[in-house]
Write a protein that binds this ligand. Structure first.
Ligand code: CP
Length: 346
């Protein structure tokens, strides 16, 4: 036994779950951002980092995914772990078996569990009953494995986080908006949420963010006024107007059309070109090259939704770097919570 640690865990993260941004302290959030960037460097330079050798990881998906699934799979393999994908029709979760019973079984066989699905209570239950680290790969309320990589993308581009302004424009009540609002406020990023009045974030999420903002010095702006909301932004961020599991396209298109990210909106920031980026968690409706895109064009006569193709492909766009960072950020989260790393309290 290593006497330095007196038989205790080596890391403040070991054995913990990441269920939302609030699972972490601001210092831990900053640590994972930097650790994710370090792991990206190791991968780029072919330096092995097999911190999870011999571990098995369950990947539970109730919803479709390109980035989250690929990130967890490739990150696990590069960390030396074995990932097993369990789709919604592969296991009994919620249909023939409770969250509690499923969690107890999976926890007895796997060393860590990722969950992507609808209810936050499902991922919370898996963490409560499994006895192993559980990672939220997206629920209706939070998307922390998106926020940490997004903050990595901001730091990569600007070299720092504190004092930057990130503006989320669109459906301000969705999981990505909640997560950016809280995650950004934890690390001193000013967060603006710009949305129609009926799509502004809940008071509860704003209150959580304001508490962190008081500590970090970040400024929170919640508004339906586009000009006021985007002024001074360093990052304009948007997401699909209708999330997975929702269907009220007509109402959303009508409400959100004025909030589309186009070149006029980018110019409204007043920010110099080299201090402004565009971000999107993806997938994005920026053209009609998808089934949904074609359907929306037929029904509503629009060929672009939350972002124009021009902005999506512009010099401001960091969407594919952001997508790649999902993997490195997720790798940091898994390695810190499941690996045998020495990470002292900040
Ligand atoms: N951003 C995101 O969660 O992407 P996927 O739906 O492809 O996982």
């Amino acid at each position: 036994m290593d006497k330095r640690f007196n038989g205790k865990k080596n890391s403040i993260f070991q054995g913990r779950s990441v269920l939302s941004e609030t699972s972490l302290t601001p210092a831990e959030m900053n640590y994972l951002i930097d650790f994710g960037l370090h792991l990206k460097y190791l991968k780029r330079h072919n330096i092995p980092h097999r911190y999870l050798e011999g571990k098995s990881i369950a990947l539970l998906f109730e919803k479709a995914s390109t980035r989250t699934r690929s990130s967890f799979v490739t990150a696990a393999v590069e960390l030396g772990a074995h990932p097993d994908y369990l789709g919604k029709d592969d296991i009994h979760l919620g249909k023939k078996e409770s969250v509690e019973d499923t969690a107890k079984i999976l926890g007895s066989m796997f060393d860590g569990i990722e969950f992507r699905g609808f209810k936050q209570s499902t991922v919370d239950g898996l963490a409560k009953y499994s006895g192993v680290p559980v990672w939220n790969g997206l629920t209706d309320e939070w998307h922390p494995t998106q926020t940490i990589p997004d903050l990595m993308t901001l730091k990569e581009n600007f070299g720092y986080l504190k004092g930057l302004t990130l503006t989320f424009i669109g459906d301000g009540r969705n999981n990505v908006a909640n997560s950016l609002l809280v995650g950004g406020s934890m690390v001193g990023v000013n967060v603006h949420i710009v949305a129609p009045k009926s799509l502004l974030p809940s008071e509860n999420h704003v209150e959580i963010a304001k508490k962190y903002a008081q500590e970090s010095g970040s400024e929170i702006v919640i508004t339906d006024d586009i000009d006021k909301g985007v002024k001074g932004s360093n990052a304009i961020y948007t997401d699909v107007w209708v999330s997975m599991g929702e269907s009220d396209w007509e109402e959303r298109v009508k409400l959100l059309k004025p909030y589309q990210v186009n070149m006029d909106l980018m110019r409204k920031t007043g920010t110099p070109d080299d201090e402004l980026i565009f971000m999107h968690c993806l997938p994005a409706f920026h053209d009609t090259k998808t089934e949904y895109g074609k359907e929306i064009e037929e029904k509503y006569g629009i060929t672009e939704m939350e972002v124009t193709d021009e902005v999506f492909r512009s010099k401001y766009s960091r969407v594919f770097e952001e997508g790649e960072n999902r993997k490195h950020g997720i790798k940091a989260i898994m390695a810190a919570t499941l690996g045998d790393l020495f990470i002292p309290k900040a």
